[in-house]
Ligand binder design. Structure first.
Ligand code: ADP
Ligand code: ZN
Ligand code: MG
Length: 480
C-alpha cells in the first residue's frame, strides 16, 4: 500500500497563558521574563503551610474563551490535583481540572484543505497553573530552576481528533489563536511560549472506522515546526505499519534541526496522575447572570469583523478573511484606515507587501515592528506624489528593519520623487536619444514601446521619477 491509502488523524491540546495581571493562586505578576525567581512568593514556590486562592479573573477569562468557542459553560466546576514529580513543579502536583472542566462541547469553524467549511469539536477548556522553567547548563553545571512562570494561569483547550492533515491542524491553531487574541484573554505570543500545543498524531487506512494508536509531541510553539512534525510523524507511522510493525503510544520530542521525532517516554494514563479534588480550594459555582454578563461584554469576533469589512469597506470576501485572520493585522488595518480614510490602499499594503515580507522573514503579524501611523505616512507620501509606489515598497522594507518616520527614511536615502519638469525632460530626452529603435517602434504604432521607454527612464532615475509626468512628457516629445 502507499501513503495515499492512509488517513492522518490529529488532535491538539493547546495551552494559552492568560494575560491576567497576577498569577492564578497568588498575587505575583505574570509578566514574561524578569530576573529568575523574582516573580515569586511563598505560595508559587510551594512553601509548606501556604494556601492558594483562586484569581477570579482566571475564571472570567476562561469563560470568555469558552463562550467565544461555543462551549457550554459549567455552573458547577472545581480544581483538582494532578500528581507528578518534575523539578520545575515545586508542589509535586499541578492544580488543574479533571472531571469538571469549566467549558465543554465547543466548536471552532475552519476550512478544510479544499476550502470547504469544517467544524472542529472542542472537547473541553479547563484552567490550570503553568510550571516553572529549567535552565539546563550546557557546560555540565547542572540545571537551574526559575519559578517566575510557576503559577501563571493557563487555559488548556482540547480538541477532538477531528483534524485530518498538517495544514488543517495549522489552520485550526491559527483560528484558535486569533479568537483568543480577539477576546484579549492571551497575547498568544508563541515565541514567548504563551501559546503552545501538544500534537497528537495517528494514522489509519482510509475507510477504517477505528482510530490508530497515537503518539504525542509536547510543547510545540511554531506553526512551521508543527506542520513539519505532523508530516514527519505520520510518514514514520505509515512506514512502521507497512513493515508490519505496531505503533507504541508514547510521548515524542520533535527536533527541529534534524527534522525528526525522538522517543521521550511511554505515555502515562490519567490513572497514573492520581487526580483528586484539591482540598485547599473551594468549588467554583457560576450563576447564569455572571455568564450572561460575560457573554454580553464579548468583543467583536473575526467572523463579524469579516462581514463588516465587506459591507463597510467593500473588500472582497477573501481579503476580508485574510485581514481578520489575525487581530494584529486587523487592528493595524483599522487604525491605518481611520487615519487615511483609504481602506483599499491600506488593505493592499497589508495583504501584498507586508504579508510577503512577513512570510519571507517567517514572522507573525504580532511581530510587525512599525505602527499604523508609519504605514499611513507611506500611503500619504504616495498620494502627495512625494514618492512612487516602487520607492514606497523600499520604504516598507526599511520599516521592517528600522522602524521610524518614513519621511526621515526617504530624506536619508535620497528617495524623494523627482517631479521637477526640467529634470524629467532632461531624462526623457536622454532616453529617446539612446533608444532610436523603440522610438521608431512607437511612432510606427507600437504602444508597448512607450512602456519600455518609461521603464528606461525609471532605471535612469533609480525609480524616483514621477511616473505620470514621465508618461506625459514622453508622449509630448514623441509626437513632435
Ligand atoms: P491526554 O493526552 O492528556 O491523555 P486525551 O486522552 O484526552 O488526553 O487526548 C488528548 C488529545 O489526543 C485530544 O486532543 C484528542 O483529540 C487526541 N487523540 C485522542 N486519540 C487520538 C488518535 N487516535 N489520534 C490522534 N489524536 C488523538
Ligand atoms: Zn506567587
Ligand atoms: Mg496529552
Amino acid at each position: 500500500m502507499s501513503r495515499e491509502d492512509y488517513e492522518i488523524v490529529i488532535g491538539l491540546e493547546v495551552h494559552a497563558e492568560l494575560s491576567t495581571k497576577t498569577k492564578i493562586f497568588c498575587s505575583c505578576p505574570t509578566e514574561f521574563g524578569g530576573e529568575p525567581n523574582t516573580h515569586t512568593c511563598p505560595i508559587c514556590m510551594a512553601m509548606p503551610g501556604t494556601l492558594p486562592v483562586l484569581n477570579e479573573k482566571v475564571v472570567e477569562y476562561a469563560v470568555k474563551a469558552g463562550l467565544a468557542t461555543n462551549c457550554e459553560i459549567a455552573r458547577d466546576s472545581k480544581n483538582d490535583r494532578k500528581n507528578y514529580f518534575y523539578p520545575d513543579l515545586p508542589k509535586s502536583y499541578q492544580i488543574s481540572q479533571y472531571d469538571k472542566p469549566l467549558c465543554e462541547h465547543g466548536v471552532v469553524e475552519i476550512e478544510d484543505d479544499e476550502g470547504n467549511p469544517k467544524t472542529v469539536r472542542l472537547t473541553r477548556i479547563h484552567i490550570e497553573e503553568d510550571a516553572g522553567k529549567l535552565n539546563h547548563n550546557e557546560f555540565g553545571g547542572g540545571s537551574l530552576v526559575d519559578l517566575n512562570r510557576a503559577g501563571v494561569p493557563l487555559i488548556e483547550s482540547v480538541s477532538e481528533p477531528d483534524l485530518r492533515s498538517a495544514k488543517e491542524a495549522e489552520r485550526y491553531l491559527r483560528k484558535l489563536k486569533s479568537i483568543f487574541e480577539y477576546i484579549e484573554v492571551s497575547d498568544c505570543k508563541m515565541q514567548e511560549g504563551s501559546l503552545r500545543a501538544d500534537v497528537n498524531v495517528s494514522v489509519r487506512k482510509k475507510g477504517e472506522t477505528k482510530f490508530g494508536t497515537r503518539t504525542e509531541m509536547k510543547n510545540m510553539n511554531s506553526f512551521r515546526a508543527i506542520v513539519r512534525a505532523i508530516e514527519y510523524e505520520a510518514n514514520r507511522q505509515i512506514d512502521v505499519l507497512e513493515e508490519g510493525g505496531v505503533i507504541e503510544q508514547e510521548t515524542l520530542r520533535w527536533d527541529d534541526v534534524s527534522g525528526r521525532t525522538f522517543s521521550m517516554r511511554d505515555k502515562e494514563d490519567a490513572q497514573d496522575y492520581r487526580y483528586f479534588p484539591d482540598p485547599d480550594l473551594v468549588a467554583i459555582r457560576l450563576s447564569d447572570e455572571y455568564i450572561e454578563k460575560i457573554r454580553k461584554e464579548l468583543p467583536e469576533l473575526p467572523e463579524s469583523r469579516r462581514k463588516r469589512y465587506m459591507e463597510e469597506f467593500k473588500l472582497s470576501e477573501k481579503d476580508a478573511r485574510l485581514l481578520t485572520a489575525s487581530k494584529y493585522l486587523s487592528d493595524l488595518f483599522e487604525k491605518a484606515e481611520q487615519i487615511t480614510g483609504n481602506a483599499k490602499a491600506v488593505a493592499n499594503w497589508i495583504l501584498s507587501d507586508i504579508s510577503r515580507i512577513l512570510n519571507e522573514k517567517e514572522l507573525e503579524a504580532d511581530q510587525i515592528p512599525f505602527t499604523a501611523e508609519e504605514l499611513d505616512k507611506v500611503i500619504q507620501l504616495i498620494e502627495k506624489g512625494t514618492i512612487s509606489s516602487a520607492i514606497a515598497k523600499k520604504v516598507v522594507e526599511v520599516l521592517f528593519e528600522n522602524p521610524k518616520d518614513p519621511e526621515e527614511i526617504i530624506q536619508e536615502k535620497g528617495w524623494i520623487q523627482i517631479s521637477d519638469e526640467g529634470a524629467i525632460l532632461e531624462v526623457v530626452k536622454k532616453v529617446i536619444e539612446a533608444n532610436p529603435q523603440s522610438v521608431s517602434d512607437f511612432k510606427g504604432g507600437k504602444e508597448k514601446a512607450l512602456g519600455f521607454l518609461v521603464g528606461q527612464a525609471m532605471k535612469e532615475t533609480k525609480g524616483k521619477a514621477n511616473p505620470q509626468m514621465l508618461n506625459q512628457m514622453f508622449k509630448e516629445e514623441l509626437s513632435k
